[in-house]
Design a binder for this molecule. Structure first.
Ligand code: LAN
Length: 729
């Protein structure tokens, strides 16, 4: 099911919902790329700050950007695309991003406001309701795990609570329809674990119906193989505050609205439900990763231990350790935290520990807005506080790769982009004792404040910086000494020993055994317990290090060794059909582009490499009749290539890039892809939004709206450079 195109009038308009004035929204930014949507009520201020093309673009307003001379060649089309895209750059040099898709996040921020009695701004309430109305399933009115998903209990129960707490009446047709669907599913008792946690925090479910989240594990010595310090960073940071809330049974005081919700969410009377019998009741539609027997056994054992065996001192000790680690996470990320879920859970913990007027809680409150994004369809909550460094790195690389960096019209764009990356490099390590690795000299995915580096984000930013700094008019902002620590960290992140040697994982080296996945309690996500080796992360690091190798002799031998080991890993990950499974983009086309680019940097191309040849044939076989490629998000869930109903510009760009970098001999195949990309370009140079582009943990999709700009531009530009004499018709 592809994302339904935005059809006017929007559903929110058809059902007569209130809406804020789109002309009053502005995006406030700072030097390190924080962006917050603010609603300006004062008319004078409004006049002083006209809306930028970016703001107009994402709010669905006329951008006023001109129609460009019709592109006759791929190069003209690339430049037209870039002319449009450069107008979306913010004045601090970054590209902002609507990073929506996951549909289980709003409940968190709303619960945090509700429990802490923090008022939600009126314009947020209106726009959150509008967003949920516009993204509800067109037939059954429910919501799923992500914006293109079928309706599930998790999505429907949580978002039903959100619209109600934001002020929608239970009799409104949107609420009635969603509730009917929820009841058809058997009511909120079938919610997956995280849904049960949020409902319990809101006093809409009972904690004894939630599978245990023992904070006590943090008290174990670090060497214990399943110590949470060895888990994937998102997993450990989510279960850390969740452990506190579970152990303390934190819940909002009951009030008439919650009382009413208690009667709306279930098919039987709240007081008659024996919640403890529903710990393992998870709706069939929701399940992606069922419990293992061993997890069920441990859960039952923990329930008993907690009731009868757990000494008070242990509970107290665990609480102390957890609160200390939460404070450290807040300190390392200036209260942004690694992601949107632990951001809101940590805020609740700090509220409980330090009170509503504490400095820390006040800072938490300021940070909620960093995850909120105002869009044409209403207000959503993002998967991170943005995609700033990642997008800016690819945008700059694209400009340089296609040779546009030399053109006067893009010089400002390039310089500002570099300034942003310069400001985003980490200048400090984390506080000791926070289970974090070195980050000094690295780059984040979103912003410096957020404080987490990812192997591929550092590698791609590094490549962008080095590319841009080669341009004659560009001043070297990031000097050699500032690059070296990034190389040191990248080298230290390579997996060694028994865990997929040679590969790179995401945030950290693999610290724990994949057997821990047997204890994955989340039900709706796969591969969350520990770090895993990722082809795309390994590809990016190979690309970044190769670029660096050709530029500097710093730790040359180790750099070369690291590249060789990573390349061996990448090759070993190719499946028998020639494809690579992509973990962060949809899906095989995404991974093929990264893998083939990495191999091409080692001189491995179609002419001399079996692996590359197989990779190319895999792609060529999947070209659609119209010349494009289209991959459905179902590829990610099923681990096999599933075609989309329609060719997608982004998948087509990835496939064409892979084939071109490989030197695929049949130019006709590439030409047809390029033609499709050009045919979808609008007269002002832009491409319209198509299907969702990204994914995490196999089951949840996430939006990367800037992919539809820089990847097609890059594909068109490379085509023009590589085949200057090939005509398209
Ligand atoms: C991301 C976004 C970026 C992504 C890439 C850099 C693209 C990737 O190559 C490495 C992994 C990484 C950093 C990544 C990891 C998981 C994230 C943070 C996300 C997909 C964005 C949202 C997701 C996060 C886990 C969402 C919160 C939900 C939970 C299950 C905790």
């Amino acid at each position: 099911m592809s994302r339904p195109a935005l059809t006017r009038p929007l559903r929110s308009e058809r059902v007569g919902l209130a809406q804020t004035d789109p002309l009053r929204w502005r995006l406030e930014t700072d030097k390190v790329g924080r962006f917050n949507w603010v609603y300006i009520r004062d008319d004078d201020e409004l006049k002083r700050r006209p809306q930028t093309p970016y703001e107009k673009h994402v709010l669905g307003l006329e951008t006023g950007l001109p129609e460009l001379p019709k592109a006759e060649t791929p190069y003209d089309a690339a430049l037209n695309g870039l002319r449009f895209f450069k107008e979306l750059q913010l004045d601090k040099g970054l590209w902002a991003c609507r990073y929506g898709g996951p549909m289980f996040l709003l409940i968190g921020v709303v619960a945090a406001h509700y429990l802490t009695k923090t008022p939600v701004p009126e314009e947020w309430k209106i726009e959150i309701i509008r967003y949920l109305t516009n993204t509800a399933h067109p037939i059954d009115g429910g919501w799923g795990l992500h914006s293109e998903d079928k309706s599930t209990v998790f999505g429907t129960a949580c978002n039903y609570v959100v619209i109600r707490l934001m002020g929608m009446s239970p009799d409104h047709p949107v609420a009635v329809k969603a509730r009917t669907t929820l009841h058809k599913f058997g009511g909120a008792v079938g919610c997956p674990h995280w849904g049960k946690v949020f409902l319990s925090i809101l006093n809409l479910y009972e904690w004894d119906g939630v599978n245990p989240v023992p904070p006590d594990l943090w008290v174990l010595p670090d060497w214990v193989p399943f110590h949470p310090g060895k888990w994937w960073v998102h997993c450990r940071q989510v279960y850390l505050p969740m452990g506190y809330l579970y152990s303390e049974k934190v819940k909002a005081p009951l009030d008439p609205l919650l009382e009413s919700l208690r009667s709306e969410l279930y098919i039987s009377s709240y007081d008659l439900i024996d919640f403890s019998k529903h710990r393992n009741n998870v709706s069939e539609i929701d399940i992606y990763y069922p419990h293992t027997k061993i997890l069920n056994f441990l859960n039952s054992a923990m329930v008993i231990c907690e009731k009868f065996l757990r000494p008070d001192w242990l509970k107290k000790k665990a609480k102390e350790v957890v609160v200390d680690l939460i404070r450290k996470e807040n300190q390392n990320s200036d209260f942004l935290c690694v992601g949107p879920i632990n951001n809101v859970l940590n805020a609740i913990v700090i509220f409980c520990e330090e009170g509503p007027n504490s400095k820390s809680f006040l800072r938490h409150k300021e940070r909620f807005a960093d995850f909120m994004y105002m869009s044409e369809e209403g207000m959503l909550m993002m998967g991170t506080n943005g995609v700033q460094c990642w997008d800016t790195s690819f945008a700059l690389q694209t400009i340089c790769t296609i040779g546009a960096g030399d053109l006067p019209e893009f010089r400002e764009t390039v310089k500002k982009g570099l300034e942003f990356l310069d400001n985003s490099q980490f200048t400090e390590n984390c506080v000791p004792g926070s289970y974090r690795d070195y980050r000094l000299g690295c780059w984040p995915f979103s912003t410096k404040d957020q404080g987490y580096t990812v192997s591929d984000c550092t590698a791609e930013a590094l490549k962008a910086v080095l590319m841009v700094q080669k341009l004659p008019y560009v001043e070297t902002l990031v000097s050699g000494e500032r690059i070296h620590p990034a190389i040191d960290v990248l080298l230290s992140l390579q997996n060694r020993g028994s865990f997929s040697p040679g590969s790179f994982a995401s945030y950290e080296k693999i610290r724990g055994t994949p057997l821990l996945e047997l204890l994955n309690p989340a039900e709706v996500f796969g591969n969350i317990m520990v770090e895993y080796p990722y082809v795309e992360c390994s590809d990016s690091v190979v690309i970044g290090l190769s670029y660096f190798r050709d530029h500097s002799s710093y730790r040359r031998d180790e750099v070369v060794q690291a590249i060789n080991d990573a390349v061996a890993y990448i090759k070993s990950e190719q499946d028998i059909n020639g494809g690579w499974y992509g973990s962060w983009g949809i899906c095989f086309t995404y991974a093929a582009m990264f893998a083939i680019e990495a191999l091409s940097y080692q001189g491995e191309v179609y002419a001399n490499s079996d692996v590359v040849r197989k990779g190319c044939h895999f792609l060529a076989k999947r070209q659609e009749a119209d010349g494009g490629w289209g991959e459905s998000y179902r590829s990610c869930e099923t681990l096999t290539y599933v075609p989309h109903e329609q060719s997608q510009v982004v998948n087509t760009a990835w496939a064409c890039l892979a084939l071109m970098l490989a030197g695929y001999p049949d130019v006709e195949v590439i030409k047809r892809g390029i033609r499709l990309i050009m045919s979808r370009q609008q007269p002002n140079g832009e491409w319209k939004q198509e299907g969702i582009e990204g994914v995490f943990n196999r089951s949840c999709m996430i939006e990367y709206p800037n992919y539809k700009f820089y990847f097609p531009i890059k594909a068109l530009g490379i085509f023009a450079k590589k085949y200057p004499n090939v005509t398209l018709n």
